[in-house]
Design a protein around this ligand. Structure first.
Ligand code: SAH
Length: 356
């Protein structure tokens, strides 16, 4: 039997084509699309101007992604909310909603699990289950918009998964989120974070999008990076930095380097000096993230003094640097922690569990 395609994962042209094949008028595709991607309908029931016969036809031919809210935790520290969503096949994914002065930001997952194996990351501990469809990435934003009743202005693809390992779906997702038939979020308000899959980064550069690319660097020598991130065995730091320059040349967009500070591993003065040497030639921003320790690894946070010394060193050398505000630390804020606890039947951390 042919498996049904997800109607929410189709861009407008694809949807028009399908509707025409089913003998419907193209304007009906426009109406359907608006219900799904602007009015954020959860099902066909809500679509008041679509004929019953057409709804039946759609149900017969396609699936309709509508994530189910399984659990929400709200941080008592900063109001950050972490959502656990159920997918139709029984998998769960997590997404985070953060309120900033400049608007609301949502951090979405791009895969169920991850196969990149970074040593400090909880998302990868159970491996990769499957890729998320464009509609499943979009629906994390749509469901949160409906649940909070507030508009989302920024989207970061920094949840579970490696977005460059789900490249085609990621691109469809970006186009559907940013074009004027959907939520029309500006490309400049989207950040995609990667552990550094060089050929995909080059390909993305050639798309000439206006999104921000964030590279998870975390170490300044190949030797150290290999210990933290297995992907470093495949692509060297020199290849990676060259690719970052290429991204900037092609898009004119300043890169972000993420650097998780791990106590006694990558947080010394020499590390800071190496980092300066590495990133100075590039137009970039460095985001320092004090590592969020997971119980499955021995890594510990850097001392506060080491974090500030590291930041000062970079600033003195005129590198643009911020320390990531630690949102939702009391609610399993680090990638994949909440999902993993759910899978293993463990209690989530403190915060406050609220109803969906
Ligand atoms: N796969 C992508 C995006 C997901 S992770 C990537 O590697 O960039 C988003 C960021 O959080 C990455 O920089 C990742 O290395 C970092 N991260 C993951 N687990 C962490 C933890 N426990 N503490 C601090 N940073 C973590």
């Amino acid at each position: 039997m042919e498996t049904k395609q997800d109607i929410k994962s189709m861009d407008l042209d694809t949807l028009k084509q399908h509707m025409t094949e089913l003998g419907e008028k193209p304007f009906r595709a426009g109406q359907l699309y608006e219900w799904m991607h602007v009015k954020l309908a959860r099902d066909y029931e809500e679509m008041t101007n679509i004929p019953k016969s057409m709804k039946a036809l759609c149900e017969e031919h396609f699936t309709y992604t509508a994530l189910q809210c399984v659990q929400v935790q709200e941080s008592k520290l900063d109001g950050t909310k972490k959502f656990l969503f159920g997918l139709p096949d029984g998998n769960v994914v997590e997404s985070v909603w953060m309120k900033y002065h400049h608007g609301n930001s949502v951090c979405i997952s791009s895969q169920v699990g991850c196969r990149m194996g970074c040593r400090f990351c909880a998302s990868t501990l159970d491996g990769l289950e499957r890729n998320l469809l464009p509609g499943e990435m979009l629906d994390q934003i749509y469901a949160i918009t409906r649940l909070t009743g507030e508009r989302v202005s920024n989207v970061v693809v920094m949840g579970t998964g490696e977005p460059m390992d789900n490249y085609d779906n990621l691109l469809t997702f970006i186009h559907m989120l940013t074009d004027d038939h959907g939520l029309h979020i500006s490309q400049r308000n989207i950040t995609v974070s990667t552990c550094g899959i060089v050929p995909r980064m080059r390909q993305l550069a050639e798309e000439k999008l206006q999104i921000t690319l964030a590279l998870s660097l975390h170490a300044t020598t190949d030797e150290k990076r290999k210990k933290l991130m297995p992907i470093a065995n495949k692509y060297s730091l020199s290849e990676l930095m060259e690719t970052c320059s290429y991204y900037f040349e092609q898009t004119g967009r300043r890169l972000t380097f993420e650097y998780s500070l791990v106590g006694g591993v990558n947080d010394t003065t020499e590390d800071a000096e190496e980092l300066i040497r590495l990133v100075r030639p590039l137009n970039c921003h460095v985001n320092l993230i004090p590592v969020n320790p997971i119980k499955e690894s021995d890594y510990v946070e850097s001392d506060k003094s080491a974090v500030f010394a590291f930041k000062n060193k970079l600033e003195k050398n005129r590198i643009n640097v911020t320390i990531r505000r630690e949102m939702g630390r009391d609610i399993d804020g680090a990638c994949g922690q909440l999902r993993r606890k759910h899978l293993h039947g463990e209690q989530p951390s403190a915060g406050e569990e609220i109803t969906c």
